[in-house]
Write a protein that binds this ligand. Structure first.
Ligand SMILES: NC(=O)c1ccc[n+]([C@@H]2O[C@H](COP(=O)([O-])OP(=O)(O)OC[C@H]3O[C@@H](n4cnc5c(N)ncnc54)[C@H](OP(=O)(O)O)[C@@H]3O)[C@@H](O)[C@H]2O)c1
Length: 335
C-alpha cells in the first residue's frame, strides 16, 4: 500500500495504523525524499503524474494508493484506477472529488475500487448524514454542522484548504446549533464537499454544511471578516500562502471536534451527533479503515463515497476505542 502524504498530519496516522494491521506492506511517500526514506518510504511528487507512474512500476506490487494530500486534478487518481490499483482519497474539495467520481467507468472496467469522502468532514459527517436521512424516511433537507478545535496543529495542506474555502461564495445563512460538550454555537456556511455529494448519493434535495471553531471570538472574527469581504483575496496564490501561514500559527483552543447532522422530512426531524479529539488523527483512522476495506476486497469495483458503503457504515461505533462518541438524540445537555 502506498500512502502519499504518508508522514503528514493525516497521513502519519494512516501509515502507522496500516503498518500495525499489515506489517511490512505499507510505503509512505512525499516530496521530501530523505524523510520518506528514513521512514522506509519513497519520494513522490503528486504533481508529477508520469513520475508517480514510474514509482508504481518500481514498487510493482502496489494494490492500494491512499492520497493524503490534495492533487491539482484527477490525474493521479486516473493513473491508479486505470492500472487497476484501488484508491482512497482524503481530499475534501467538491470540484476534485467530482472529477474523480467521473472515473467510475474506467475504475469498474479495470477492477479497481475508489473510496472518496474519507475523513471527518467529509467522512464521518457523511455517515451521520446517512443515519439522520434514514431516520426520517428520506430527508428533504439536511443541515450539517462541524466544530473544529483551534488548538490542534492542523497540517499545512489542511490549513490551505480551509483558507481557500473562505473565499468561496456563501449561499446559506448562519445557524444557531447545540453541540455536545460545546453548548449552543453560531455556525457559518462553509465549502465542505459533503453538502454537495449527499445530494447525489442520498438524494437529499437541500443540504448545507456550516462551520464554527471551538473559540467563539475566533469564529466571530473569522466570519465577520468574510462578511466584510476582507477574505476575498485568499483566492490569489500569494495571499492564500500568507493567510495559510498566519492561520497555521493560531492555537487558541483545544483539539476536540464535534459534528452534527439534522435531517428534516415534513414534521419529522432526526439528529445524529459525534464528538472526538484530533480531527487529523481521526481522519487518518477513517482513511486506514477505508484502505483496509479495499485491500481485503470488501469494496466492489467503481468509485464510491463513504456513505454509499455498508462495509464502512459502522465506523462511528468502531472508532469508540479511539475516543469517538456517537450521540443519537438531543439529550446530551442533560447527561
Ligand atoms: N476529509 C477530512 O475530514 C480531512 C481532514 C483533514 C485533512 N484532510 C485533507 O487531507 C489532506 C492532508 O492534510 P494534512 O493535515 O495531513 O496536511 P499536511 O500535514 O500538510 O500533510 C501533507 C503531506 O503531503 C505531502 N505532500 C505535500 N505536497 C505533496 C506533493 N506535491 N506530492 C507528494 N506529497 C506531498 C507532505 O510532505 P512533503 O511536503 O514532504 O511532500 C505531507 O506529508 C489535505 O488535503 C486536507 O484537506 C481531509
Amino acid at each position: 500500500m502506498l500512502v502519499i502524504g504518508g508522514y503528514g498530519a493525516v497521513g502519519a496516522t494512516v501509515t502507522g495504523t496500516l503498518e500495525e494491521w499489515f506489517p511490512g506492506r505499507v510505503v509512505p511517500a512525499g516530496r521530501d525524499v530523505a524523510r520518506a526514506r528514513r521512514l522506509g518510504g519513497i519520494g513522490v511528487d503528486i504533481g508529477d503524474v508520469p513520475g508517480l507512474g514510474r514509482v508504481l512500476d518500481e514498487l510493482a506490487d502496489v494494490r492500494v494508493v491512499v492520497l493524503c494530500v490534495e492533487p491539482r486534478d484527477a490525474g493521479p487518481a486516473r493513473l491508479c484506477l486505470e492500472r487497476g490499483i484501488h484508491l482512497v482519497d482524503v481530499g475534501a474539495s467538491h470540484r476534485l472529488l467530482s472529477l474523480v467520481a467521473e472515473l467510475d467507468g474506467p475504475a469498474a472496467r479495470a477492477g479497481a475500487a475508489a473510496v472518496l469522502s474519507v475523513g471527518v468532514a467529509p467522512g464521518l459527517t457523511s455517515l451521520l448524514a446517512r443515519r439522520a436521512h434514514e431516520a426520517v424516511g428520506g430527508a428533504r433537507s439536511l443541515d450539517l454542522t462541524v466544530l473544529l478545535g483551534t488548538g490542534e496543529r492542523h497540517g499545512a495542506d489542511a490549513v490551505r484548504w480551509t483558507v481557500a474555502g473562505l473565499s468561496e461564495p456563501v449561499t446559506a445563512r448562519p445557524q444557531r446549533v447545540a453541540l455536545p460538550g460545546y453548548g449552543t454555537r453560531t455556525a457559518h456556511p462553509f465549502a465542505f464537499s459533503d453538502q454537495h455529494t449527499v445530494r447525489q448519493t442520498l438524494g437529499i434535495p437541500r443540504a448545507t454544511t456550516r462551520l464554527c471553531l471551538d473559540s467563539r471570538p475566533l469564529t466571530a472574527a473569522l466570519f465577520g471578516l468574510r462578511r466584510l469581504g476582507a477574505l476575498r483575496g485568499t483566492r490569489r496564490p500569494a495571499q492564500q500562502r500568507l493567510f495559510t501561514r498566519a492561520f497555521g500559527m493560531v492555537h487558541l483552543g483545544g483539539d476536540g471536534f464535534a459534528l452534527r447532522a439534522d435531517a428534516h422530512n415534513g414534521d419529522r426531524h432526526a439528529v445524529r451527533a459525534l464528538t472526538g479529539q484530533g480531527q487529523g488523527r481521526v481522519s487518518g483512522l477513517v482513511a486506514a479503515h477505508a484502505a483496509r476495506a479495499v485491500y481485503t476486497g470488501r469494496v466492489s469495483a467503481g468509485v464510491h463515497h463513504i456513505e454509499q458503503l455498508d462495509v464502512l457504515a459502522d465506523l462511528p461505533e468502531r472508532l469508540a476505542a479511539h475516543g469517538v462518541t456517537l450521540w443519537e438524540d438531543e439529550n446530551w445537555e442533560r447527561r
